[in-house]
Design a protein around this ligand. Structure first.
Ligand SMILES: [Zn+2]
Length: 298
């Protein structure tokens, strides 16, 4: 992982999940997300030591295992306090909620309980609300960036905004095609709200740091519209959600590599279906003991 300085006080540790290290006062740091596991947390600690900083606050943007998997270790080693939104705090305290949520609220088999979906339990010390916040003496701005996760937060300081998984840079989106989201309406509202904001640097949860974010936001919106259209096109006749997903995977030439990836994709498709149902375009029905989605013709 590479450490890059973005402002006098703000650093990013670039890796498969980007991590923020912000100097809050002499000798102290705020950590934005802790990555997947203990090995990432050890790297964060090493970089903090090089900068002569002791982590005091861990700001968790959202409760996905690849963003808070290092919390437990970092807290054990440093005593840092964890700040998170009230919604995400539930999953930090009971991480099984993540794989269970993905599996319809039911305990899933072991291949959905891997470290990418099930992180060690993290304490939560402060419930964080959007707005101006002072953490360890440092004033920053907390933004609600819901959609990818219901209580996802961004954190901005010195003109740098950590955006978590509110959007995905083109290289990430082109690889995965179907971005994970739980609420399409909120995801689109968040993308629109980020356009034209005052921040000069954007640090997404994954992929490169951006200084010009609008083309990327537009690209994310276009891709979501495209998937929405693909879901509708798949409903020439009533279909089950798994059938709709296979149409979309086939369209993009994708092969779901593992049950965990399949379930993430399936959840995203369900978010599109809910959005279309709420817009009165489709409905969910039970037909011949099959749960199907169909278009509504007015
Ligand atoms: Zn995420």
């Amino acid at each position: 992982m590479e450490l890059r300085q973005l402002s006098e006080r703000v650093f990013v540790l670039e890796g498969s999940t980007n991590i923020g290290i912000i100097r809050s006062s002499r000798g102290h740091a705020i950590i934005v997300d802790t990555g997947l596991d203990e090995s990432t947390a050890r790297k964060i600690l090493r970089h903090c030591q090089e900068l002569d900083l002791e982590p005091q606050v861990i700001m968790t943007t959202h409760a996905h295992a690849d963003h808070f998997g290092g919390n437990a270790f970092l807290v054990k080693r440093t005593g840092a306090k964890v700040w998170a939104s009230p919604f995400e705090a539930h999953t930090l305290a009971a991480p099984l909620l993540e794989p269970m949520g993905l599996y319809g609220g039911v305990l899933p088999p072991a291949n959905l309980r891997n470290k990418f979906l099930l992180a060690p339990t993290s304490p939560v010390d402060v419930l964080l609300e959007p707005g101006r916040q002072i953490m360890d003496g440092l004033e920053g701005e907390v933004l609600l960036l819901a959609g990818h996760s219901p209580g996802q937060l961004g954190f901005g300081v010195d003109g740098v905004l950590f955006t978590a998984d509110a959007f995905f840079p083109a290289e990430v989106l082109d690889k995965h095609k179907l971005p994970f989201l739980v609420d399409l309406g909120q995801t689109m509202a968040t993308l629109k709200a980020l356009a034209g904001t005052k921040w000069h640097t954007f640090v997404p949860g994954h992929g490169p740091v951006l200084t010009k974010v609008e083309p990327c936001l537009d690209y994310n919106l276009e891709r979501l519209q495209e998937i929405r259209q693909l879901v509708l096109s798949s409903l020439g006749e009533p279909r089950q959600v798994q059938e709709i997903l296979s149409d979309i995977l086939e369209h993009y030439g994708l092969l779901a590599e593992a049950p965990s990836i399949y379930h993430l994709d399936l959840a995203a498709v369900k978010a599109f279906l809910t959005h279309l149902a709420d817009a009165g375009e489709i409905e969910m029905r039970v037909k011949g003991n099959r749960l199907v989605w169909q278009r509504l013709h007015s």
